[in-house]
Design a protein around this ligand. Sequence first.
Ligand SMILES: [Zn+2]
Length: 342
Amino acid sequence: MKDVKIPAIKKELVSCKFAIKEVEINVSHFGRLRWNYVPIEGAYRFLFKELSYNTTKIDLMLLEYVKDCFISSNGGNALIDWTESFKLIKNEITTSRNVANREDAATRCFRVKNFLKILPTYEVLWMRKVWGIPSKKCPRCAIEEETWDHLWICNKNRAGDTESEIFKASLDEVLSQNVDIMDKDQKNQWKEDLWEVAATKSMIMGPENLIREITRGLINEKWWRTCKIRGQCKVLKDIFDVYLKKIQMQIWNRRCVETIESERQLGILKDLKRKKKRVDDGEEMMEKAEGEEKSENKKTRKKIKNIIKINLEENKKDDVFRLGIRDRKSWGSKVISNLVNT
Ligand SMILES: [Zn+2]
């Protein structure tokens, strides 16, 4: 047992199973774990699963990639419907969970990288020191740096391919497919409501609006408030799904075709990009400085992680004895707001 690495709270529960009185006595008080006075064995398994699931969740939330969504979001993360967002990112709106095919894999791959902002833009490739990448500058417009945000506003995108145009097209496309839960007036009213939400400022993505959140796969709770007719939520999910497909096809894929073509002309080929690394002048000095910076970052991260783990475990302990109170969802923001105040 000692050699196995298990989360502290689980370890504690396992080792004190017989020693802690409350645990033994309160078992019968776990209303949820009984059905017709018969204890449900599986429920305990479920409980432990929930606990380890939450530990994993915290690990994910601490990733540098999603810093802006959680740690630095100033509580904005509480406004995101994470369950639905992850469904959208994992392409589970139209494709069922146990289906896997090439198309689904490609969509999922794009959406996950897109969410983490690690699509191979020139900024990302430059940081990775990929051979042949001359700078962070956008290979198409050569004006701005090609960051994740630039992808969507590059002036080399086709004229109709702005986020709001694509959103509008997705909206029209889905609503024109016999959606019979709404009549014409209701559809128009809903469109107006959706546009109003679309123009709201995002709490997570700086000066951008809620459409930019959808571009990343994040569904704000505000969208659901426009759904007053039964079945509208489902239609809205389809709209988001169609939107992301269009974003991928019309903006990202097109960008890639154009970039590959211009790279080919410059002699930057896929193989070379994969195998070779860029060598900078004064490389060694840079690396040293970078190394120091990295270890500094690592220390801070470790510190944050510790604070959060302690915090979470406090919450977990509490939760074990209050099953049935569904406040787990808000933990993230609770933990984070505590952290901010520390
Ligand atoms: Zn550009």
